[in-house]
Design a protein around this ligand. Structure first.
Ligand code: CTP
Ligand code: MG
Length: 170
């Protein structure tokens, strides 16, 4: 079996989605911040977003996501990554915020698991915003990045568990 088309697909998918992944991952290191919803409740009486979505988180994600796009611009000598870095980061963060909005409407508390939504909401947000500025991701890459993200999620959680950073391996 020739693996090179698969490896190329993985590399191409990671290239487009790196800023989104960085924007989504970096806010996690925050311990606390000012909630985006300022503590407000929605018409259903539950928090609009909850304490897990903060202004500081948005700022950190936007900074590091955009920064990774600038690095890609230099590495691949292609200015398009400046745009991808900025827009995909915003999209990823909006996707993550939308995911929390949905979780709260479903009655899930901050941090309660919502499999697939938790892991992939940022990809949908990034893909949508990239599409809106004319960067269309092929279906192949769109599917590839979701598979990669789910695998990365399982692997990083295992590592965090082994390093005793997390009490459970999932
Ligand atoms: N975080 C943040 N601001 C953001 C996104 C994330 O401060 N815009 C931080 C919060 O400390 C959050 C952590 O990163 O708890 C992990 O993010 P995530 O898993 O998306 O949030 P949850 O706490 O699981 O909350 P939710 O149930 O709303 O997804
Ligand atoms: Mg979560």
């Amino acid at each position: 079996m020739n693996l090179s088309p698969i490896l190329t697909l993985i590399a191409e998918a990671l290239k487009i989605y790196l800023p989104a992944m960085v924007a989504n991952a970096t806010p996690v290191f925050l311990k606390q911040g000012k909630p985006l919803d300022l503590g407000a409740k929605f018409i259903d009486g539950k928090r609009v977003l909850g304490d897990g979505k903060t202004f500081e988180g948005l700022a950190i994600g936007l900074f590091f996501g955009t920064y990774s796009g600038i690095i890609e611009t230099l590495v691949f000598k292609n200015l398009v990554f400046i745009r991808i870095g900025l827009i995909a980061s915003i999209g990823a963060l909006l996707g993550d915020v939308s995911g929390s909005f949905i979780k709260r409407r479903l009655g899930l508390k901050r941090g309660d698991p919502a499999p697939i939504l938790d892991q992939l909401d940022f990809i949908y947000g990034a893909t949508l915003l990239l599409y809106l500025i004319g960067v269309t991701v092929t279906l192949e890459k769109f599917i590839a990045i979701q598979v990669i993200t789910l695998i990365l999620h399982i692997v990083t959680n295992r590592i965090a568990y082994v390093l005793k950073l997390k009490p459970v391996p999932w």
